[in-house]
Ligand binder design. Structure first.
Ligand code: NAP
Length: 351
C-alpha cells in the first residue's frame, strides 16, 4: 500500500486554513504533518484556533511553526496565506521543490500557473510542467476567489450547451469570506456593504481564465463579457450570487436546469475522495437556495454549488438563476484538497 503524503498547511490558523484538517481527517492519501502561521507560532494548533473551530484531535496538539520551507517536513503544501505574504512565501516553498496549492490571489493570473476548478478545467493542470524546470521540481497551482467558484460552476455546463456571450453577477457574500477578525461587527450587523476591495476585477478576470482554453504559453481567456457587483452581507458561510446570462443559442430554462443537474467532471469520473456526487444541485423550491439551509447540501458537505430560481428573461437568449456555494469549503479548503487529489490521481505528486 502507498504511504499517505505528508501535508503542511500555511495560514492554518486563519478563517480558511482552519477548514483543511477536517477534510483530511481519515483521508486515504493525505495526512496533516505541519501547521504554519505567524502570530500563533509556538502555540498548539487547538489553542491557536480556539475561537474559530474545534479541530480534530489528530492535529490539536501540533505546534504552529513558521511558514519556512526549512522548518516543514511535508510532501505537499496548501497555502491559505494572505496574498501579500503569499507571493514571497509560496515562491520560497515551490523553489525548494514543494508542490504548492494556493488559494491566495498572488499567482492566479500568471501565464504558467493553473487556476483550477477540477470539474471544469482539469486539462489546465499540465501547465505545472512549465514551472517544474524553472523551480527545481516544485510548482504552484492556484484555486479561484471564493466568489468566482460559485459563478463558474453553473457557467461551464451552460457555456458548453448554449454558448455564452455575457454574464452579469451581483453577490451577497458571507462575513467569513473576509477572514479573521474580518469586518467590524458594527459595520455588518443589520447592514449590507456594497463594496469588497479588489473583488469585482478578480471575479471578472478569473472567470475568463477558468473558462478559457490551453494554448501557446498558457491559457487563452474565454471571450465572454463578465460584469460583477459584490456586496458583504451578515451571513456566516455561503456566498449567494444572482446571475444573469446571455447565451449564443436560445435556451429553455427547464432544459437548462437538467443540463446543470447532469453536470459531472473528472473528479466524479475518477471518484476522488472529496468529489461530491453532484457538483451542482438544482433546488426546485421557489425560495431556494438559502445559505442557512443549503450551504452544506450534497454528498460531501460544502462541496456542491446549489442553484435555483432558474428562469428565462426578456429574450430566448437570456437565463437567470441564483447560485450558492460554501466560500470556505468549495471556495477555499475543499477545492484545494480536490485539486490536490486530481494532481495525485494524474501522477503529478511523488509518493
Ligand atoms: N475566508 C475565505 O472564505 C476565503 C476563501 C477563498 C480564498 N481565501 C484566501 O485565503 C487566504 C487566507 O484568508 P483567510 O480569510 O483565512 O484570512 P485570515 O483569517 O486573516 O488568516 C490568515 C492566515 O495567514 C497567516 N499569516 C498571515 N501572515 C503570515 C505570514 N507572513 N507568514 C505566515 N503566516 C501568515 C495567519 O497566521 P496567524 O493567525 O498565526 O497570524 C493566518 O493563519 C487569503 O489569500 C484569501 O484571499 C479565503
Amino acid at each position: 500500500m502507498k504511504r499517505r503524503l505528508k501535508v503542511a498547511i500555511l495560514g492554518a490558523t486563519g478563517m480558511a486554513g482552519v477548514e483543511y484538517p477536517d477534510l483530511m481527517e481519515n483521508h486515504p492519501w493525505f495526512k496533516v504533518s505541519a501547521v504554519c502561521g505567524r502570530r500563533s507560532v509556538g502555540k498548539t494548533y487547538g489553542e491557536a484556533v480556539r475561537q474559530l473551530k474545534k479541530v480534530p484531535e489528530s492535529v490539536a496538539e501540533l505546534e504552529v511553526v513558521e511558514a519556512d520551507p526549512k522548518k516543514v517536513d511535508a510532501d505537499l503544501v496548501f497555502s491559505a496565506l494572505p496574498s501579500e505574504s503569499a507571493r514571497e512565501i509560496e515562491a520560497a516553498f515551490a523553489d525548494s521543490g514543494f508542490p504548492v496549492i494556493s488559494e491566495a490571489s498572488a499567482y492566479r493570473m500568471e501565464q504558467d500557473v493553473p487556476l483550477m476548478v477540477p470539474e471544469i478545467n482539469a486539462d489546465h493542470l499540465s501547465l505545472v510542467e512549465k514551472q517544474k524546470s524553472k523551480r527545481g521540481g516544485g510548482f504552484i497551482v492556484t484555486t479561484p476567489n471564493c466568489t468566482t467558484v460559485g459563478l463558474v460552476m453553473p457557467l461551464k455546463p451552460i457555456m458548453d450547451a448554449y454558448g455564452l456571450e455575457k454574464v452579469v453577477v451581483a453577490t451577497y457574500q458571507a462575513v467569513t469570506g473576509a477572514g479573521w477578525p474580518g469586518v467590524p461587527s458594527y459595520s455588518i450587523i443589520g447592514n449590507v456593504i456594497p463594496y469588497i476591495k479588489n473583488e469585482e476585477p478578480k471575479v471578472e478576470a478569473e472567470t475568463r481564465k477558468i473558462l478559457g482554453s490551453l494554448g501557446g504559453d498558457g491559457v487563452n481567456p474565454a471571450n465572454i463579457q463578465v460584469e460583477a457587483s459584490c456586496a458583504r452581507v451578515p451571513t456566516i458561510d455561503g456566498h449567494l450570487e444572482a446571475i444573469y446570462l446571455e447565451t449564443s443559442r436560445p435556451v429553455d430554462p427547464e432544459e437548462a436546469a437538467g443540463v446543470l443537474e447532469e453536470f459531472r467532471g473528472p473528479p466524479q469520473e475518477l471518484k476522488l475522495p472529496t468529489a461530491p456526487e453532484k457538483p451542482i444541485i438544482v433546488a426546485r423550491e421557489e425560495d431556494r437556495p438559502q445559505p442557512r439551509f443549503d450551504v452544506m447540501a450534497g454528498s460531501v458537505p460544502g462541496m456542491s454549488a446549489v442553484v435555483g430560481r432558474i428562469r428565462g428573461g426578456g429574450s430566448p437568449y437570456v437565463l437567470k438563476m441564483f447560485s450558492l456555494s460554501h466560500n470556505r469549503i468549495r471556495g477555499a479548503a475543499g477545492i484545494a484538497v480536490l485539486t490536490a487529489e486530481l494532481l495525485y490521481a494524474q501522477g503529478y505528486l511523488e509518493v
